[in-house]
Design a protein. Structure first.
Length: 333
């Protein structure tokens, strides 16, 4: 009897420790009916589960004690939200997810939008507030699914050294060091050191649609100041920066060259944007979404613009707008 009682107690404890979740996804119309929806892990990109959309709805069920930040891929689009124990409702039409942690994220996002819309502060002040808010969000949610997301985004938002990241990990839960996005942040930190101002350019090669090879060295280190714009067609700040680059080209003419490098983008979308934005300088476009150029230069966001000196030395990087214009003028003296 004692043995049976022990087994019964153990099974009850096991059942109480298993925290299930149910995600119900609602789509706005019938266009996705019959398609497969993929529930993936935000950090690893691994597919957790699949479901068929029927009557504008699909559901996912599973077990996870702490929950995780997820991405749902359906209808060709990704949707980010948190999967946590209990019920989670994701409404694609409204673009929101409902559950305790998702509600908390929604409130935080609203605060961030207010900072972004605040015209009384400078762009630098807004970025500093956002970074501080990410850090605070992580510190307040270390032990739930929000924490790893906030921590990784904090690492990617600021230019930390590898030592800085290791120091931050000392106060983080043990599992954080195993996150793939933490390792990605460390790699970016290493590459930022290799490609810092004053360093020679790091070359890369991209195969074009026609099979020809496109190299950075075809344009940089050729005896002229060269401005290289890493951008994507879907990125509003990237598109907003193009007219400013065109104005600089009109002002200085042949005194410097411009090269675009399309990254993280569908090649067809890139070519469409080149026509829409009337880009006249050469743009390196691959046969798929390019990631190698940004990996090599430790680039974590676009647009990212690097000014190379005539000999290929990195003169400046990461500037836009007036700051970029002033630095270019300095480089051309």
């Amino acid at each position: 009897m004692k043995k049976l009682a022990f087994l019964f107690t153990a099974l009850m404890l096991l059942a109480s420790c298993s925290k299930g979740y149910k995600v119900t996804v609602t789509f706005p119309d019938e266009s996705t009916n019959g398609e497969t929806a993929f529930l993936t892990n935000y950090d690893t990109g691994d597919t957790i589960a699949t479901a068929t959309v029927e009557n504008n709805v699909c559901t996912f069920e599973g077990n996870n004690d702490k929950g995780f930040f997820a991405r749902l891929y359906a209808g060709g689009n990704p949707y980010g939200f948190i999967v946590e124990p209990g019920e989670v409702f994701l409404n694609i039409a409204e673009g929101n997810a409902t559950s305790p942690l998702n509600d908390k994220m929604a409130a935080w996002s609203k605060e961030m939008n207010e900072i972004a819309d605040d015209t009384t502060i400078t762009e630098a002040e807004g970025e500093a507030r956002y970074a501080d808010a990410l850090k605070k969000l992580y510190e307040e949610n270390k032990d739930n699914a929000i924490g790893p997301w906030a921590f990784c985004n904090y690492l990617m938002y600021k230019d930390f050294s590898e030592k800085d990241i290791d120091d931050l990990l000392k106060d983080a839960p043990e599992g954080y060091a195993l996150l793939k996005r933490v390792e990605k942040a460390k790699n970016a930190a290493r590459q930022l050191t290799v490609t810092a101002e004053g360093q020679k350019f790091t070359d890369f090669e991209v195969i074009a649609e026609d099979g020809s090879k496109q190299k950075l060295s075809d344009h940089v280190g050729k005896g002229k100041v060269t401005l290289v714009d890493f951008w994507a067609s879907w990125c509003p700040p990237c598109r907003a920066e193009i007219p400013k680059l065109q104005a600089l080209k009109a002002k200085y003419g042949d005194k410097f060259d411009v090269l675009g490098v399309a990254v993280w983008d569908n090649p067809d979308d890139t070519r469409k944007a080149i026509e829409e934005l009337k880009i006249t300088w050469p743009v390196i476009v691959g046969t798929n979404k390019l990631t190698e150029p940004t990996d090599l230069y430790g680039i974590k966001g676009t647009p990212h613009i690097i000014i190379f000196a005539p000999d290929g030395t990195i003169y400046s990087r990461g500037l836009t707008g007036d700051d970029l214009a002033n630095k270019l003028a300095e480089a051309l003296k």
